[in-house]
Design a protein around this ligand. Structure first.
Ligand SMILES: N[C@@H](CCC(=O)N[C@@H](CS)C(=O)NCC(=O)O)C(=O)O
Length: 267
């Protein structure tokens, strides 16, 4: 499938493929509810982390209920709502939720403070550079800007790889897929949704190929096929269609797209 111009498609309201199956498995009421959206990469981070911990939860990936605004003031997903206890409890912001549900298994033990800090440095780089570079590239319309966007996105990936290598060289930690283990790190799970979308959405709309290199390719394969992540993936068509509005930079596509267009920090 290649891109044939803006056909006016909007984002999907229902997951497909593996993700749809996971929705079915997690449709019964539980103490924790994840409010999400099918195509949303920020949601996918949290969703994959919930799958990774095997924690009980219900997922609502289809609609944005009115109560979402009480939980997440900007109306952004993901958000978590807790049903147990006497007081209302909830969390928003994917990075904060990730730390809440996963800190103990996505970071080395507290005794390895330096290794933990290096993984946080990787995660910080993902949020500050890799994620915005993805959207700048996808939303760029003129070919010059697209070429620049592609270069910046590759540079952000290369800098992430340098941080992975640095962590590997300076610590003995085996947390993180880069070192060959099957344990996801905080940084792996932060980056996974955008690296995955680079293999389908960016390929489809920008003809993009990820940098070559045996170790890097093996990392991407392990990441995209990690069972916890894979269980949250829909089929490629869902992403192609959901991202059409970003790829043609339609006005008011989302708060993220607006921030990129106006040069502001992401919401
Ligand atoms: N900083 C937020 C960003 C979340 C976000 O932008 N979510 C998007 C979906 S991918 C959203 O809810 N957009 C609604 C909108 O733009 O109105 C996080 O990390 O949780």
């Amino acid at each position: 499938m290649t891109s044939n111009g803006d056909t006016g498609k909007s984002y999907h309201l229902q997951c497909t493929g593996d993700a749809l199956h996971t929705v079915d498995v997690h449709s019964a009421p539980a103490d924790v509810t994840l409010f999400g959206g099918c195509f949303c990469p920020f949601v996918q981070r949290v969703w994959a982390a919930l799958e990774y911990t095997s924690m009980g939860y219900q997922v609502d990936p289809y609609k944005k209920p009115a109560e979402l605004l009480e939980i997440s003031p900007k109306g952004l997903v993901p958000a978590l709502k807790f049903s147990s206890g006497d007081r209302p409890r909830s969390l928003n912001e994917s990075t904060v939720i990730l730390e809440y549900i996963q800190e103990s298994s996505l970071l080395p033990p507290a005794t390895e403070a330096y290794a933990r800090a290096l993984i946080r440095l990787q995660a910080d780089h993902v949020n500050r550079n890799l994620v915005p570079a993805f959207y700048r590239y996808l939303q760029a319309q003129e070919s010059e800007k697209q070429i620049e966007g592609g270069k910046d996105f590759v540079a952000a990936i290369e800098d992430l790889v340098k941080l992975f290598e640095r962590t590997y060289a300076e610590t003995d930690t085996d947390v993180g897929l880069w070192t060959g283990s099957d344990k996801l790190s905080l940084a792996d799970i932060m980056a996974a949704p955008w690296l995955f979308r680079a293999t389908n959405v960016l390929l489809h709309y920008r003809g993009f190929s990820l940098p070559e290199g045996g170790k890097f390719n093996a990392y991407i394969t392990r990441l995209c096929n990690h069972p916890a992540f894979k269980r949250t993936c829909s089929t490629e068509e869902l992403y192609f269609e959901s991202y059409e509005r970003y790829a043609y930079n339609r006005p008011n596509t989302s708060q993220v797209a607006n921030a990129i267009n106006s040069g502001r920090a992401l919401p």
